[in-house]
Design a protein around this ligand. Structure first.
Ligand code: ATP
Length: 430
């Protein structure tokens, strides 16, 4: 993990938030390569959960919502973690379910009584800061989908079974943020509420477990051996869940939840129907049955997927006593798809190199240009370090044979390709 954290800072993936002021625990910024990687992950999720299916529609709801939403959903009452504070020297706060025994894991001091701590950040809407203006920063995007359920069924020609998907920021005042961007206080979620007829929930639950697991292996290229599905025990399930399964990854600190898939019954729609007094039932146009659909929800944080991709891709090569880093990111996720580099800074190579760069950019590839002029091996290694699958080199022979060299990251194989065929050849590799 330390190596990946160092790489993230060194190469512009992730920075500590407000670092020049000493940082804030549990808050991170994304640098240029991190932003691109994150964007790729979001797009790949949207493509597979929404675009390629036809039975899921998108939504974008606000972070601040009516405070009653969180009363109805149970978050005001139940979105709490058990907290124990060290009463010895360090005064550190711990999640009671993360420590064993009655002594502080840090300084060995005694731990205080268990207190319940609500994870929602509070704020106020409007200029008056009293109890009537309290609002919360949403701790999940899911409630937006339930609250807008009626609007979606009335405005779209959707029929159960169908899903509503959303990506956006969520906030949780975690007691112990940590493991870098694994557990943070502000993060980005991708959630999908899939509405089904009561009684058909079990088959859809199985469907989504398989679909989501396959997305990690086939689309992101995550190592199958490091992924597993783990069903929640009875005592572990959230207050709304009939059944829950986590997709877990084998992190350096042990198996951890990457994504949660929950069978939520009609808990949320029913709660909002009761609290709002609005009818949220669905009328089946064929059978004329009226009911509250049940829900299967795959929910994940982009930040968590991003750290998983980086850990999974991290590798070190052994080259002449040095150990350069290679990020073996899947082609779908790599922030830069092709790096273009003239062999030297000489004017006669820069022109053709820029032309090649332009043609690749116009073809829709994410490209980067490197004309630092240093040793080409070193420049390849800089690209390996950020996971770029292909480098294209323009050398002095290019001026005569109108061909360039494609160098592949993992095999380090180099092939000579006519410039006229370059776009096709690269696109064929994507
Ligand atoms: P935990 O029990 O670990 O606190 P949770 O089970 O409450 O987490 P969910 O409510 O199921 O988490 O959240 C859905 C997904 O959102 C998680 O699988 C994870 O990918 C992401 N997520 C949740 N909390 C955080 C966080 N603090 N930082 C980053 N991602 C998070």
């Amino acid at each position: 993990m330390e190596k990946v954290v160092a790489l993230c800072k060194r190469r512009g993936f992730v920075f500590q938030s407000s670092e020049i002021y000493g940082g804030v625990s549990g808050l991170y910024d994304y640098g240029p390569y991190g932003v691109q990687l994150k964007r790729n992950l979001r797009d790949l999720w949207w493509r597979h959960v929404v675009d390629l299916r036809g039975d899921v529609v998108g939504l974008d709801t606000t972070i601040l919502m009516h405070p009653e939403v969180w009363v109805a959903s149970g978050h005001v009452q139940n979105f709490v973690d058990p907290l124990r504070q060290c009463e010895g020297e360090c005064k550190k706060r711990w999640r009671a379910d993360h420590v064993t025994g009655d002594r502080c894991p840090q300084c060995g001091g005694p731990l205080g009584e268990v207190r319940m701590f609500n994870l929602m950040f509070k704020t106020h809407i409007g200029p008056v800061e009293d109890s009537s203006s309290v609002a919360y920063l949403r701790p999940e995007t899911a409630q937006g989908m339930f609250v807008d359920f009626k609007n979606v069924i009335n405005s779209m020609r959707v029929r159960v079974p169908f899903g509503i998907a959303q990506q956006g920021r969520s906030f949780r005042n975690e007691i112990t943020p940590g493991n870098f961007i694994f557990r943070v206080r502000e993060f980005e979620q991708m959630e999908m509420e899939f509405f089904v007829k009561p009684g058909e929930d079990e088959e859809w639950f199985e469907h989504w477990k398989e679909e989501r697991l396959r997305w990690y292996t086939d689309v992101l290229g995550i190592d199958t051996e490091k992924l597993r599905l783990r069903d929640h025990g009875v005592d572990e399930k959230a207050h709304y869940a009939k059944a829950s399964t986590d997709i877990e990854y084998s992190f350096p600190f042990g198996w951890g939840e990457l994504e949660g898939i929950a069978s939520r019954t009609d808990f949320d729609l029913r709660a909002h129907q009761e609290h709002s007094g609005q009818d949220l039932t669905y009328l089946d146009p064929e059978s004329n049955e009226r009911y509250l659909p049940w829900v299967i929800e795959p929910a994940v944080g982009v930040d968590r997927i991003l750290i998983t991709c980086l850990l999974d891709a991290y590798d070190e090569d052994e080259v002449k006593g040095e150990t350069p880093v290679v990020l073996r990111l899947h082609k779908n996720t790599a922030p830069v798809q092709v790096a273009v580099m003239p062999l030297s800074k000489k004017e006669e190579l820069i022109g053709p190199a820029r032309d090649v760069l332009d043609s690749l950019r116009k073809a829709g590839l994410r490209v980067e240009y490197d004309q630092t002029g240093g040793n080409i091996g070193r420049r390849y290694r800089r690209q390996d370090e950020i996971g770029t699958p292909f480098c294209v080199t323009i050398d002095f022979d290019t001026l005569n044979d109108r061909a360039v060299t494609i160098r592949e990251r993992d095999s380090m194989e180099q092939v000579r390709v006519p410039i006229a065929e370059l776009v096709d050849q690269l696109q064929a590799r994507y």
